[in-house]
Design a protein around this ligand. Structure first.
Ligand code: NAD
Ligand code: TYD
Length: 352
């Protein structure tokens, strides 16, 4: 039985990871530490809340006493750190919390795990590992050609990506300085079930269904490399188990699409399958995001060659599965977008 500390497990990718792991293995125990910010939602995990191999603990990764207590209570083999403030637009209006959670929280986890696992000078519990879930956004923006590699120099632009880059460097420093067992996975834009509708795909689905305007930043020709969340969960599982210590792995699948293509795909699907009244007239070009990165694109050769990972879900398949999931979970969508969300959304778009 391997015991994982999964932080931020009530968020989008973390909850998908917990569901994926509990479905796949009988011999894992997952302790989910989540602060339950606006982005955390225990409803995502309703189906496993009583699972014997799953425990939820509400808490902050920055809280030293709380994290130390967990390490005393459980004999963790692995830490998988998903916990973060993750929304670029929010980081532009309120950068400080990104430093607290993404940088200080990561250093706090590293410190406590290091103390708990240390067996001697530069030696640690056999097989123990800390995995940092990172982002391709630390690499900056690409022009029309080329891809992000693990060796691409860090060049973050937004407060969000700068905080994630800083966290990556601390993880690297713990590996380099203390020989602490770490891996970093840098993934591209995820999409799939349980994503909070602050991000492009669920926001556009939510607004299309609700006959609301679809805000397109700038000219809508920015490109993202879309990764179906289950493929990402599979990659994290493989890196935890087999990743070479100290290595960074880029996770992405050559699924690059301009934003406008994504929005039109969602409109077409809803128009043809659900509601004939929706259409491109709902798109509204709004002020561009400050410092908006033009293109992201991952080169996944290393994780393919070293660990045999590949993205199984083509974008055309994943996007239909995703839209259908939101259609089938209207109540989930209504609940997460009521109350605090409404306020958040209105503030975010007030100036656009
Ligand atoms: P999310 O915003 O949906 O979830 C983040 C979770 O972390 C939430 O449950 C929240 O309550 C929790 N959290 C926030 N602050 C916390 C704190 N101080 N202590 C404990 N829990 C806290 O984010 P996500 O999209 O699931 O992203 C997960 C990770 O993957 C993040 O580290 C993010 O930077 C990274 N990432 C995401 C994407 C993407 O496309 N979503 C792409 C690349 C990297
Ligand atoms: P987002 O989902 O916020 O992810 P990230 O900024 O991490 O890539 O945004 C994806 C792309 O979609 C990005 O280029 C910004 C754009 N976008 C819009 O045009 N309108 C929107 O309402 C949102 C949320 C994003």
């Amino acid at each position: 039985m391997k015991t994982y500390l999964v932080t931020g497990g009530a968020g989008f990718i973390g909850s998908n990871f917990i569901l994926y792991m509990l479905e796949k293995y009988n011999d894992v125990k997952l302790v989910n530490l989540d602060k339950l910010t606006y982005a955390g939602n225990l409803e995502n995990l309703k189906s496993v809340e009583n699972h014997p191999n799953y425990v939820f603990v509400q808490g902050d990764i920055c809280d030293r006493a709380a994290v130390e207590a967990l390490f005393k209570q459980y004999d963790f083999d692995y830490v998988v750190n998903f916990a973060a403030e993750s929304h670029v637009d929010r980081s532009i209006s309120d950068p400080e919390i990104f430093v607290k959670t993404n940088v200080l929280g990561t250093v706090n986890l590293l410190n406590i795990a290091k103390n708990a696992w240390q067996t001697g000078d530069d030696t640690y519990n056999e097989g123990a590992k800390y995995l940092q879930v990172a982002s391709d956004e630390v690499d900056g923006a690409l022009g029309e050609t080329g891809f992000f590699m693990e060796t691409t120099p860090l060049d973050p632009h937004s407060p969000y990506s700068s905080s994630k880059a800083s966290a990556d460097l601390f993880v690297k420093a713990y590996g380099d300085t203390y020989k602490f067992p770490v891996n970093i996975t840098r993934c591209s834009n995820n999409y799939g079930p349980y994503q909070f509708p602050k991000k492009l795909i669920p926001l556009m689905i939510h607004n299309t269904l609700g006959h609301k305007e679809l805000p397109i930043y700038g000219d809508g020709m920015q490109i993202r490399d879309w990764l179906y969340v289950e493929d990402h969960c599979k990659a994290i599982d493989m890196v935890v188990r087999d990743g070479k210590l100290g290595e960074v792995y880029n996770v992405g699948g050559h699924n690059e699409r301009p934003n406008i293509f994504i929005v039109k795909t969602i409109i077409d699907y809803v128009k043809n399958n659900v509601d004939g009244e929706v259409g491109e007239h709902m798109m509204k070009y709004v002020a561009d995001r400050k410092g908006h990165d033009r293109r992201y694109g991952i080169d996944p050769e290393k994780i393919k060659n070293d660990l045999g990972w590949y993205p199984e879900t083509a974008f055309e398949v994943g996007i239909v599965k995703t839209i259908q999931w939101y259609l089938d979970h209207e109540e989930w969508m209504n609940r997460v977008t009521s109350g605090a969300y409404q306020e958040y959304y209105e503030k975010m778009y007030a100036d656009r």
